[in-house]
Design a protein around this ligand. Structure first.
Ligand code: G4P
Length: 536
């Protein structure tokens, strides 16, 4: 039973540069999964009438799109868990952490823009974990780059092999369908459908499916379109070997698909193959070797903490990715870092605005656990064992600020709020080591994170602050190359930068220019200056 439940889980995220169509594709996958009702539910051009997208819009306006929700939908007997991530690039740190909880990703590209800056960063995180990555080239209804050129760009810029599984088909230069190379089938779209305002993407459009040798194709695509399809299909077949599943599962080869999310074009062909190729949960590394998802004992790790998700509840929720076994409502779990037991009273699933208490969940699922403040990002929970899952890396921030308290009487609330937000990972917080004077410095990957801190301090802790500039530009976690304990005073004397500690008491140096870092690296090989920090 457990094996069956676990083997039908598919846990993934969509990675994309803003505006490539992630929200649209997410909605469409829900549509195809039968979660969203058809006609009119998805969106009219302006007013997004649907609960899921409404909520997304609201989060976007607040600028705090950091609530992870797991969009679950059934598809052909599988249980799809799509982990939704913040759309805005400034919240990428949150997305990085979420990418640690998935078993695969869909990389979404705009056909006219190709690989963009945010795509590159998110891709890098997936690549570090060697998870399988699908590529979906979106907005094919608009003029874009040549498909061969896009393949070349993904291969050269991202350094991953590409295997096109579907291929765009045109009539007089207009996108008319996709050719599925493995199935040797052509999916033809109803061209009128795209322009019909009454049905903007709210229904599954009629699709004609036929074999590539069907004579009617020449008529449907006209001579030029048909000849182009045949010659490109031959070229693709001649160019490469078959699809190498092993390389795909190792994250070295990306199957590519073409389509238009807003028009529902190409989604069927994508989803069908996605459901065949996307692997179920696989073993995860711990300090005591890999743990199989089908192990009977429950285990998982916290990848995200969110306090005050709902002001009415004033709660704190830790999101746990289950990596093995089954989590049952009310069970006791072992919190490895503290050695204490935690009761999982009301494991909750979050689907956009809705929350549901779940009686049982399986490896591959993500559940929210109500937590009074014991859990931290990266913590492992088990059924009793003491192993620890590999840590979730923190990334060196690129922006730095200091907060000035407007009302000095609120100092205590200020400290509590800030500590809380830093633990959630909303920002990184640096303080001077004991005995040294200095400001508390905030670090972030995106400027908007400071705005979120200011907004949340005010609305949740009634603390007003001014956000002020500081001269730092780079942060590096420091350790000794020989692995010995670090002497903070010696480090302070050695480098031209500010020595501070992060929320986990790890030493960090803040530099005000690249040159100071380079000099420190050159003159002091006894230290390691790291761009990421992992674990406790
Ligand atoms: P994001 O979450 O990645 O930021 O992208 P989102 O889905 O919000 O899409 C960004 C814009 O691209 C939206 O237009 C959306 O309608 C459009 N879009 C998505 N998929 C396609 C597609 O396949 N073809 C075309 N032509 N456009 C697509 P918008 O004008 O910003 O918003 P809206 O007024 O349409 O809602």
């Amino acid at each position: 039973m457990s094996h069956h439940e676990i083997s039908r889980r598919r846990t993934f995220a969509i990675i994309a540069h803003p505006d490539a169509g992630k929200t649209t594709l997410t909605e469409k996958l829900l549509l195809y999964g039968g979660v969203i009702q058809l006609a009119g539910a998805v969106k009219a051009k302006r007013g997004r009438a649907n609960a899921v997208s409404d909520w997304m819009e609201m989060e976007r306006e607040r600028g705090i799109s950091i609530t992870t929700s797991v969009l679950q939908f059934p598809y052909r007997g599988l249980q799809m868990n799509l982990l939704d991530t913040p759309g805005h690039a400034d919240f990428s740190e949150d997305t990085y952490r979420t990418l640690h909880a998935v078993d695969g990703a869909v990389m979404l590209l705009d056909c006219a823009k190709g690989v963009e800056s945010q795509t590159r960063k998110l891709f890098r995180v997936c690549r570090q974990r060697s998870i399988p990555i699908f590529t979906f080239v979106n907005k094919m209804d608009r003029p874009g780059r040549d498909a061969f050129e896009l393949i070349g760009e993904v291969e050269s810029v991202l350094g991953i092999g590409v295997y096109p599984i579907t291929w765009p088909v045109f009539r007089s230069g207009v996108f008319r369908g996709v050719y599925h190379r493995m199935a040797r089938r052509v999916y033809l779209f109803d061209a009128d459908h795209a322009n019909s305002s009454s049905t903007t993407g709210a229904e599954r459009p009629p699709v004609e499916v036929t074999g590539i040798d069907d004579p009617m194709l020449r008529e449907a695509l006209d001579d030029a379109g048909y000849d182009r399809l045949r010659s490109e299909a031959d070229l693709l077949d001649a160019a490469g070997d078959g699809f190498d599943r092993e390389r795909f599962e190792a994250g070295e080869l990306s199957p590519m698909f073409f389509g238009s999310a807003v028009n529902n074009f190409g989604l069927e062909a994508f989803l069908e193959t996605f459901s065949e190729l996307m692997p179920p949960p696989r073993p995860r590394d711990t300090d005591q070797g890999p743990v199989e998802p089908t192990r009977d004992e429950f285990s998982g790790f916290v990848f995200k903490i969110q306090a005050n998700m709902d002001k009415a509840h004033r709660d704190r929720v830790a999101f746990v990715r289950i990596c093995s076994g089954r989590m049952v409502r009310g069970m006791k779990a072992h919190h490895v870092r503290t050695g204490k037991d935690v009761r999982l009273a009301n494991p909750t699933q979050f689907l956009a605005r809705d929350r549901n208490v779940v009686d049982e969940s399986w490896a591959g699922d993500v559940v929210g656990i109500h937590d009074p403040g014991n859990l931290e990002i990266g913590d492992t929970l088990t059924g009793g064992s003491r192993f620890v899952y590999e840590g979730i890396p923190s990334f060196a921030p690129e922006h730095f600020r200091r907060l000035a308290l407007v009302d000095p009487m609120r100092r205590k609330q200020f400290a509590t709020g800030l500590e809380q937000l830093a633990q959630e990972g909303t920002v990184q917080l640096y303080r001077p080591p004991a005995g040294r004077a200095g400001d508390l410095v905030l670090g972030a990957l995106g400027q908007l994170q400071f705005e979120v801190v200011r907004y949340r301090l005010e609305s949740e802790y009634s603390v007003q602050v001014r956000v002020e500039p500081v001269p730092y530009q780079l942060a590096r976690w420091v350790s000794r190359a020989d692995g010995k304990p670090l002497d903070l005073d010696a480090l302070h004397d050695a480098v031209e930068g500010m020595v501070v500690l992060d929320v986990r008491d790890r030493p960090v140096v803040l530099f005000d220019r690249e040159w100071a870092l380079r000099t420190a690296e050159r003159l002091h090989p006894e230290y390691r200056f790291a761009e990421t920090a992992t674990g406790v």
